[in-house]
Design a binder for this molecule. Sequence first.
Ligand code: GUN
Length: 320
Amino acid sequence: MTSIQRKGSLACSRPAFRMETVHIMEIAQILDGRKTAASVRERIRTSVEDLRLSGKPVPGLAVVLVGEDPASKVYVGEKEKACKAVGFNSFLFRLPEGSTEEQILTLVRKLNGDPGVHGILVQLPLPDGIDASAVIEAIDTAKDVDGFHPLNMGRLVMGLKSVQPCTPRGIMYLLKEYGIDPSGKRAVVLGRSNIVGKPVAQMLMSDNATVTICHSRTPGVECYTREADIIISAIGKPMFLTASMVKEGSVVVDVGINRLEEGLVGDVDFAEVREKASWITPVPGGIGPMTIAMLLLNTLELYLESDIMTAQPGQKGGSS
Ligand code: GUN
């Protein structure tokens, strides 16, 4: 079975750990990613404007898109537009579907050495036959705007300063914005991807949550979700999480972006779950805009840490 199991589940046998708070039944409040992302973008735009006015170069983000994956094309277009709106230089490199791994690596190495590029993003998934790990490992860790390089991931796991992957950072940012502190809470992450599930679990744990990751081989997922104070769903299954699977008063973050004929749908049955949760993210307008805002923030931070900003007066900023 490749998807998270819900049917044929085990009886939920773990004793319930009771929250001390009493929740009065009411409709969940919205974790507004669109609004929060807009304020992050505005702050970045102002910083870039200040840089420009003081005669400094502006941050540059290079995005590499290989092939014709329709969803990737949409995401890359959104990233490019967001870069331009805050005043970044945006460099899009489109390679054809049949590109070889060596061709992609050559481009990445060239971007590593380009002083006008402060962040490099290779859009995933890459076409079949390309070793995505080899491509990610070729990115200079100081330009790894996704935070996917094993050194950055390792640093994240160890609680050291690292580039935080955009979607997990966006989730944590949004929780903080609304005063939701994971400390001491039970958090359940649905999905174990390198892009979302694993890093967000680490970040929740760093913020002192007790974290469970459920995945495609987890029997009785609802046994875990029903006890969770915070649920992060990143499994790409439309309307998977229903009201019967969540606890009254829980916080539900929907990372799913499932494109159906009727439009964009998350992993959460929003209408149902909203009746039970205390906070919930919408799709669209939740984590999607936060991911892009965090991409811009990561790019700005990498720029600020680059040679351009750390060079002494009289020294020329070079590649990092
Ligand atoms: N594909 C889906 N999400 C992402 C992301 O955050 N970064 C990259 N590089 N590819 C993705």
